[in-house]
Design a protein around this ligand. Structure first.
Ligand code: NAP
Length: 275
């Protein structure tokens, strides 16, 4: 069965839209962009469209690569202090000459809608969630929607990034799963993926997960985005695994739309906290 992230995200966005309609002052998301990365332009555009569709104001604070760091710091502080701004994110990656870690951590923890500041990451590790990174949050929502129980299940996460793998592993633990995290240094990936009741792959390598690497009735969540000849693929060999899996996300139409929906949801959550 397909885990249809597109349909669920449409439902979530429509709920957000009906709520926002009732507010005289609209919630606001600010996206900080440094440089002119092509993929970032596409992602920012889709965030802008998603905001516009539900009635959330969108601020695009764009800086070119030559900008003095202090100018960017000043802008983050200004957005932190602006009571009309409910969410701030820095579109990653940023040019190497800037300190991502330092800039991210300047964002007020209650406006950190990507959930990437040390404080929000730390709270997640202590089961005291504040704002949770959007992709892992979207994955858990999608599993919940299909009543996929995580309690006591063996969840194998492939990929250990701060953006996806690690926060996702924490959320799975919070939901009572037994979690294995695999990464590029894992020896014999297959021996772990074969044991998974729930297999989540967030690597960025087309066809990393093949039919022989999964067991019957596994639940597969494919986070990967790989562009080949203008077409999008995940990390999982969807065509050959879809009949073995009990549930599987497609790419596109699985995790991607959920990520955007969770971003809007984090902005609204923070807005409503301050009503
Ligand atoms: P990342 O920071 O590059 O992390 C990739 C992870 O994969 C790393 O932990 C790396 O291990 C691991 N890895 C690399 N090669 C491996 C291999 N052969 N076997 C096992 N693990 C391996 O990437 P990310 O930001 O987490 O994103 C991962 C993928 O998800 C990308 O395709 C990205 O575009 C996509 N993504 C999608 C969404 C969405 O909304 N759908 C959101 C975010 C990301 P090491 O740590 O050991 O290097």
């Amino acid at each position: 069965m397909i885990l249809d992230g597109k349909t669920l995200s449409d439902k979530i966005k429509s709920d957000i839209k009906s709520k926002v309609k009732n507010y005289l002052i609209k919630p606001t998301l600010a996206v900080i962009q440094i440089g002119n990365d092509e993929a970032s332009n596409i992602y920012i555009n889709s965030k802008r469209k998603a905001c516009e569709n539900v009635g959330i104001n969108f601020i695009h604070a764009k800086f070119d690569e030559d900008t003095n760091e202090q100018e960017i710091i000043n802008r983050i502080i200004e957005l932190n202090n602006d009571s009309y701004v409910n969410g701030i994110l820095i579109q990653l990656p940023i040019p190497k000459k800037f300190d991502t870690y330092k800039l991210l951590n300047l964002i007020n923890k209650n406006k950190d809608v990507d959930g990437l500041t040390d404080i929000n990451m730390g709270l997640l590790f202590k089961d005291n969630n504040n704002l949770i990174p959007c992709t892992p949050q979207g994955i858990i929502k999608l599993l919940e929607e299909y009543n996929i129980d995580l309690l006591g299940k063996h969840a194998v996460v492939v990929g250990k990034s701060n953006l996806v793998g690690k926060p996702l592993a924490m959320l799975l633990l919070q939901n009572g799963a037994t979690v294995t995290i695999c990464h590029s240094k894992t020896v014999d990936l297959k021996q772990y993926t074969k044991q998974a009741d729930i297999l989540i792959c967030a690597v960025g390598k087309k066809d990393l997960i093949t039919k022989d690497m999964v067991k019957e009735n596994v639940v597969v969540v494919d986070v990967g985005i790989n562009r080949v000849d203008g077409k999008l693929y995940g990390d999982v060999d969807f065509e050959n695994i879809k009949d073995i899996a009990s549930y599987i996300t497609p790419v596109p139409g699985g995790v991607g739309p959920m990520t955007v929906a969770m971003l809007l949801s984090n902005v609204l959550k923070n807005y409503e906290k301050n009503l």
